[in-house]
Each structure stands twice: as structure tokens, then as C-alpha cells.
Ligand binder design. Structure first.
Ligand code: SF4
Length: 316
């Protein structure tokens, strides 16, 4: 039999993948990726298929049908989206059913009994999701009724404690899995302040906007204008990579300087330059030359660094 396994590289889905293999199934791990994840290294598994859902998730975050969790995490809608993607993949490769590593009552928003059933129904996969870690506590699925899965092999794990799953992983010699939260930034209050700011200031949000949210210090200068200032070499590089010709790109020449990116109104060029100087090695000078590039041309502006009170007004 062929089985699609929703796989994130975390403890639970790693266990689910290995348990499914023990049923003599041919497994097809499916990783649902998006730019709200902080994971630097995506999970690895033989035959892993990856689908990016960033665009769909952006739409969901702006208007989640089932609301948010503690931060701006629309987990129920997000899980439904994942199951829909798994369903399409299952049909495409003619798999028999889908496996997930969900544990009953582990997450208050998306893994309560009623939420699991709701997600399956909303995604059009009712009875087709086998949950090896908690399946013994859930209604029999179609694969069980068809004799493809032995119900006696389904575990009865419930709740937030990871003691049992961790010891299970030990007995199965599984040592390589990512953090339990899966690194989703939508559960991080600091990141969500940035997401909320973005949603307040623009209706159309694209993937680049999310990538910009993940780097630098962020300053909101007006409803249409924001400045991102790199905090280290890696972020300075990211800023350069994310530049588009309409942006204004700032740096202080011949000294330790961050890269800074202004998106929006050109009337904030001086302010942006003064903030860039604030984070350069020349922040104490009275008048400093800052270079900025825009639409292929490089220009100069002289400014003095902004002070901390001014900065505080704009910082997100
Ligand atoms: S934590 Fe993030 S990735 Fe996970 S279900 Fe919630 S919104 Fe989706």
C-alpha cells in the first residue's frame, strides 16, 4: 500500500513516518513549507516532496475562517490547508490514505478531538487520515475498516507531555528531529507585531514582504513607508538579495555600516539615512555622508544620526 505522510521533521511526524513504514507501507513523505517557518534547514527524508504554501497562508492570515491561536497563528485553517494539499498529492500518486503525527489534545487550538474531526471534514478527507500516535482514541478510519491498518497497532497518546513520544523515539533509535514547535514564527509575539504592522499598512502582501519581516530592525515611518536595517553580515546580505529597483538602499561608505532598505515614500530619504548612520560606526559624528541607490543610480545625502527618542517613535 502507498501512504502519504505529512512530515515536518519534528518528533511526532518522524515517529509517524517510522511507524507507518513498519506497516510495510511504501511511504511518501510530504513537507508543507512556508516562509513563516524559521527553520534554516528543511527536513530530509528519502522521496520527500515539498510544497510551498506561503501565498495561500498569507491569504489565510489576513482572514482566517477559524480565528487565531494565542498569537497570529491560524492553526486550524493552516492544518486544513495542509490536509487539502496532502489529499491532492494522495490522488496524484494514487496513495491509499494519509498519515499525520498529530497527538490528541497536544495543541489547544488544532488538536482537540472536535478540531481534528472538523479539519478532516473541511479538507474533504474524512475517514482518510490515520493518526498512528493517537488513533486508538479516535473513531475507526476507512483504511482500518478496509483492513489496511490494524487498529491494535495504533497508539493512545494524548495530551501535551512529550515524555512518552521521546522515550518511543529512543526505543526506535530516532535521534534526528527538529524542535516541537516546528519553528513557526506565527506563534512568536515579537514577529506577530511585525505581521500586524504589515497588515495595517498594506492590503496586498507578497512573499517578499514576509521575507523582509524576518530580518533586521524594523521602523515604520508612515503608513506606506518602512525601513529595515540589517543587524549583522547575514542580514545585510539578505537585504541586498531582497532588493528591487523601486527600493532605496542605504549604507555609510568607508566605515562599519549596516545595509538599510527603505520601501515607500522618497520624502523619508533623510530620515532613513539618519537611522542608518545611527547604527554605523560613525554614529557620533555631526555630519556624515550616506550613499543610497535607487533605480540603478547612486546618490549622496549628509545627515546626523537620529537620537534614541526619535528612534523609539518608529520602531516596531
Ligand atoms: S503553528 Fe504555524 S505552521 Fe503550525 S499549524 Fe499553526 S500556523 Fe500552521
Amino acid at each position: 500500500m502507498k501512504v502519504v505522510v505529512l512530515y515536518s521533521g519534528g518528533l511526532d511526524s518522524t515517529l509517524a513516518l517510522y511507524i507507518t513504514k513498519e506497516w510495510n507501507a511504501k511511504v511518501f513523505p510530504l513537507y508543507i513549507s512556508h516562509k513563516f517557518l524559521s527553520l534554516k534547514n528543511p527536513p530530509q527524508a528519502p522521496d520527500l516532496k515539498t510544497i510551498d504554501v506561503t501565498k495561500e497562508l498569507i491569504n489565510i492570515i489576513q482572514n482566517p475562517q477559524y480565528g487565531y491561536g494565542k498569537a497570529l497563528n491560524p492553526c486550524v485553517d493552516c492544518r486544513i490547508l495542509m490536509l487539502k494539499k496532502a489529499k491532492v498529492y494522495m490522488k496524484k500518486i494514487k496513495a491509499d490514505f494519509i498519515v499525520t503525527g498529530e497527538v490528541l489534545d497536544q495543541r489547544p487550538m488544532s488538536q482537540r478531538f472536535d478540531q481534528l474531526m472538523l479539519s478532516d471534514k473541511a479538507a474533504g478527507v474524512e475517514g482518510m487520515i490515520v493518526r498512528p500516535l493517537s488513533g486508538g482514541l479516535l473513531p475507526p478510519t476507512i483504511p482500518e475498516q478496509k483492513g489496511l491498518v490494524d487498529r491494535n497497532l495504533l497508539l493512545k497518546i494524548r495530551g501535551r507531555s512529550r515524555k512518552f513520544t521521546l522515550s518511543l523515539a529512543q526505543t526506535m533509535d530516532l535521534t534526528s528531529f527538529s524542535s516541537p514547535s516546528g519553528g513557526c514564527l506565527l506563534t512568536d509575539p515579537g514577529f506577530c507585531r511585525r505581521v500586524a504592522d504589515l497588515m495595517r499598512s498594506q492590503e496586498k502582501i507578497v512573499v517578499r514582504d514576509i521575507e523582509l519581516l524576518k530580518i533586521g530592525r524594523l521602523f515604520r515611518l508612515s503608513l506606506e513607508t518602512k525601513l529595515i536595517v540589517g543587524r549583522n553580515e547575514e542580514e545585510n546580505k539578505c537585504i541586498e538579495n531582497l532588493l528591487i529597483p523601486q527600493d532605496f538602499f542605504f549604507y555609510v561608505p568607508d566605515t562599519g555600516s549596516p545595509n538599510a532598505l527603505l520601501v515607500g515614500d522618497k520624502k523619508y530619504i533623510k530620515t532613513a539615512a539618519a537611522i542608518t548612520v545611527r547604527y554605523s560606526d560613525n554614529k557620533n559624528e555631526n555630519s556624515i555622508e550616506v550613499l543610497y541607490k535607487h533605480k540603478g543610480k547612486t546618490k549622496k545625502v549628509r545627515v546626523k544620526a537620529v537620537n534614541n527618542e526619535e528612534l523609539a517613535k518608529w520602531r516596531i
